[in-house]
Design a binder for this molecule. Structure first.
Ligand SMILES: *Cc1c(COP(=O)(O)O)cnc(C)c1O
Length: 440
């Protein structure tokens, strides 16, 4: 046993004793080892033995420009010399102001309210929407509607509008009642139906709901174009266009949860851009700091902002998180926006997306593969298997091949950092095919 190996082992056992890992049945780690990571570099994560793993899921969808990115590192190093953090109530600082200005210019929504995680951004949007109607004399508009198979985070408010049974069912009695309407997921197409037909069918259900319930409904919350955690369900932009019209007609807010899909993931800066619509609230997090620091933002319109602007304290939005608008996190986000601009990332990703899709032809043709799909920098397919342990088996087989892939049920997906190179695309696609070939 060399010293590096023992360092790996030591970290693993200490982690299992003291760290309660997220989204995990800890007992599974009796058989499935944790992966100790010593350092990251670009697309790669390295353990202490020098084994490396291609981070094909952007470390839970947060890393856009690789690990230890020199430009983000430089920005953070500079910011460390100036200001790490300051209370944002009553105080302000350059990174938070600049970030708000630049996000407003990119999205068309003029006011930014900061949180720390995606779930907190969703909580903020839900509370703001409800409070807007209350300030306007319509406190009965207090319900939320979302889509089946949608995911919006796991704090109680966000979980109330989430529809992933594994995360939700245990806590059902703690949650506020909300309604889930049919998803426009194109996999639900009936014979002869296009993705757009499925979207219009879902629109019909939304309209029927709003006709009956709009007087009690504050907002509709959706994941634009891709329902990510629910299994990378993809849908036609027409649904968003029709949802926007219906929300306007029935006086209901539209909340675009762009936490997973924003920052270029679907091929445009916001997923909503592809539908040509503007939501009343946008939630952003995950990629916002390039995977460096926790930060989220809920953006909204001037109209909504003004409904809170008043002499009376309680009409204001009295919500806060200790680390709201953290200066280091905002500076990382500014570095991310700089990279988008300097490298014309949206255009560069169009080329990379086509390169990966071309390689994926052999996945499409694999006999185990069903419903292959792609939107921008997300690829997904369902695997035909009866194995209830499939997600864990696939994950372990991928690690053995030096790939970090983490299926959602029977759905395997790629969501790589935007810095992926062609030889790494080959490793990813060839490795995936080899795992599928090796399945019993
Ligand atoms: C991940 C995610 C969230 C929750 O974000 P956290 O930072 O994990 O709290 C909310 N909505 C969507 C669409 C997400 O993908």
């Amino acid at each position: 046993m060399n010293s590096k190996f023992s360092r790996n082992q030591d970290l693993l056992s200490r982690s299992l004793r003291s760290v309660w890992h997220p989204c995990t049945q800890m007992k599974h780690h009796e058989e499935m080892p944790l992966v100790p990571i010593a350092r990251g570099d670009g697309m790669w994560l390295y353990d202490f033995d020098g084994n490396r793993y291609l981070d094909a899921i952007s470390s839970w969808w947060v890393n856009l420009f690789g690990h230890a990115n020199p430009r983000i590192n430089a920005a953070l190093t500079d910011q460390l010399q100036r200001l790490e953090h300051v209370i944002l109530a009553g105080f302000t600082h350059e990174p938070v102001v600049q970030l708000s200005e630049r996000l407003s210019a990119l999205t068309g929504l003029s006011h930014c309210f900061y949180g720390s995680d995606g779930a907190s951004a969703v909580e903020i949007a839900l509370k703001m929407s409800f409070h807007y109607w209350r300030n306007g004399g319509q406190p009965e508009k207090a319900r939320f509607v979302s889509l089946r198979n949608g995911y919006h985070g796991e704090t109680l408010g966000a979980l109330s509008v989430t529809d992933v049974p594994l995360f939700r069912d245990t806590y059902a009695t703690l949650l506020r009642q909300s309604t889930q309407l049919p998803s426009p997921d194109w996999r639900d197409a009936r014979p002869g139906e296009s993705a757009e037909n499925v979207a219009l069918r879902a629109t019909g259900a939304l309209e029927a709901y709003l006709v009956a319930e709009h007087a009690q409904t504050a907002a509709l919350i959706v994941e634009p174009l891709v329902q990510a955690a629910g299994g990378m369900a993809m849908y036609h932009a027409r649904f968003l266009q029709e949802a926007r019209l219906l929300c306007d007609r029935y006086g209901v807010h539209l909340i675009a949860d762009e936490i997973a899909v924003g920052f270029g993931r679907t091929g445009s800066f916001l997923a909503c851009d592809q539908a040509g619509i503007r939501a009343d609230f946008i939630c952003l997090s995950k990629g916002i700091t390039g995977g460096y620091l926790p930060l989220s933002v809920t953006m909204t319109t001037d109209d909504i902002y003004r409904a809170f602007y008043d002499d009376e304290m309680a009409r204001g939005f009295l919500h806060s998180h200790s680390y709201t608008g953290n200066a280091l996190a905002c500076r990382a986000a500014l570095a991310v926006l700089d990279i988008f601009k300097e490298d014309d990332v949206i255009a560069a990703n169009r080329v990379k997306s086509a390169q990966i899709s071309a390689r994926c032809q052999k996945i499409v043709q694999h006999p185990r593969v069903r419903q292959f799909r792609n939107t921008g920098m997300i690829w997904a397919f369902d695997v035909d298997t009866q194995d209830v342990l499939f997600p864990r088996r696939f994950y372990s087989a991928a690690l053995e091949r030096g790939l970090l892939l983490r299926p959602l049920g029977k759905t395997v997906y790629f969501m790589p950092p935007y810095v992926i190179e062609e030889d790494q695309m080959d490793l990813l696609v060839d490795g995936t095919c080899a795992i599928l070939d090796g399945m019993k």
